[in-house]
Design a protein around this ligand. Structure first.
Ligand SMILES: *[C@@H]1O[C@H](CO)[C@@H](O)[C@H](O)[C@H]1NC(C)=O
Length: 106
């Protein structure tokens, strides 16, 4: 889906799991690369920007066409399922130039 819609930025608003309940599919490798269907995903970097979100950079390769792309993921960590972030400030601190792509967790 990320590939088909040409996403360059993914904004993820859920933690992977919360109170032991799975919230979202872990669709990237923790290190190195993994193959998902016909796509190879390489984790290039992972930086914690502040306590509320981290940024990962991926290098994607379509194994059928050999086309490659770079995707950046902003993983917002403090948005809890049944709550709201501790302060609205953290959301406002998100870089304003993000073109939010269509990504919805399961
Ligand atoms: C993709 O790269 C591989 C390895 O270099 C090559 O064998 C294959 O023909 C390439 N496929 C396309 C569609 O270019």
């Amino acid at each position: 889906m990320v590939w088909e819609s040409g996403c360059v930025v993914i904004v993820m608003l859920t933690p992977l799991s919360e109170n032991g309940v799975k919230q979202c599919h872990h669709y990237w490798p923790d290190e190195g690369s993994d193959i998902y269907h016909i796509y190879e995903v390489n984790l290039v970097s992972e930086h914690i920007w502040c306590e509320d979100f981290l940024v990962r950079s991926f290098y994607l390769k379509n194994l059928q066409t050999n086309e490659t792309r770079t995707v950046t993921q902003f993983h917002f960590l403090s948005w809890m399922d049944r709550g709201i972030p501790s302060s609205a400030r953290t959301l406002l601190d998100f870089p304003s130039q993000i073109c939010v792509c269509c990504f919805e967790c399961c």
